[in-house]
Design a protein around this ligand. Sequence first.
Ligand SMILES: [Zn+2]
Length: 352
Amino acid sequence: MIAKDIPKNEAEFHNQLGTEEACREYLLALRWPNGFVCPRCNHDKGYPLKNREKWECASCKYHCSIRAGTVMQGSKKPLVMWFAAIYYMMESKQGFSALGLKRRLSLGSYQTAWTWFQKIRDYLKPDSEPIMGRVEFDEINLGGSAKNTGIAGRGSSKKLLVGCIVECRGRASGRVRMKLFKTGHGKNILSFVRDNVAKGSVIHCDGGRSFIQLSREGYFVDTFKADDKKALGRHLPRIYRIGGLIKRVINGTHMGAVAPWRLEKYFDEYVFRFERKSAASRFELFFDVLKRIIQHPCRTCRQIFADREEGAAGYVNVTGQAKGRKPSQKEPQWWKDLLPKNPWPSPRGVLG
Ligand SMILES: [Zn+2]
């Protein structure tokens, strides 16, 4: 059933993967498409133990769980709940909040739903291959509007700066890369562009000084100096569309309550979904995530957030209008000690 019979909607999804047995067989087929292989000695004969979730190697007698090394390892929750969580996360266009998942699956606590999503989100990193061709670049401001701060764009310390690169594919957008900048300094922009865009590409951007350097390095830079936002929006339409959408996701789905140091994980999720927007079925995204879960070992939340860039604390409220919910009471408390000692300049609209 893995290659054919792709579910087209939620009802079909539940029909095909609505039982523990179906999910187990599905995971088995993904993990060992050509039959059992012992992870310790590579022997190809094994016997299922209890419920076919555990297998014993015929040669070295090693006991192996089909959940081993995946995000589901050690979880007492049935596979069918995990599958549903991944499906809900991928199926919705705007993303799914942890609180929504808790309600939908009747999970015991918000912490469980939150931890599940953080772990699944860790698999959604975009590929690291640089984009070649024509791209748009600009910075998106999160947290507060220019009207509130009085200082526009890069000069404002009340905003979070997010670097954004969008690939131009005809009139449409292709791949997207986003990064939270600690400061709007030219060197941050330069290294972000160098990491994500191949030399020889055309970069459409506003007239920042840092781009003179890029034109010396083999990039073709098309700058546009505009005083009003509308004109810039016409020059960089893809960036402005992405900027509006990401604000809607953070403010709508997550109620504007996302700690800045976690923002990049949300960007990854958004980009993953955006780049697959033309998929015939949302199930393709689910399948893609499940494949990644099987292929790459799962990291703990502590590991996931240990590699964050130091600096950001507080909560971002994207529009600076509606007050965001402060989620710290409900989220696991252990990450408090992960919070940095020297917080970034707090964005406008920060709570508590
Ligand atoms: Zn073995």
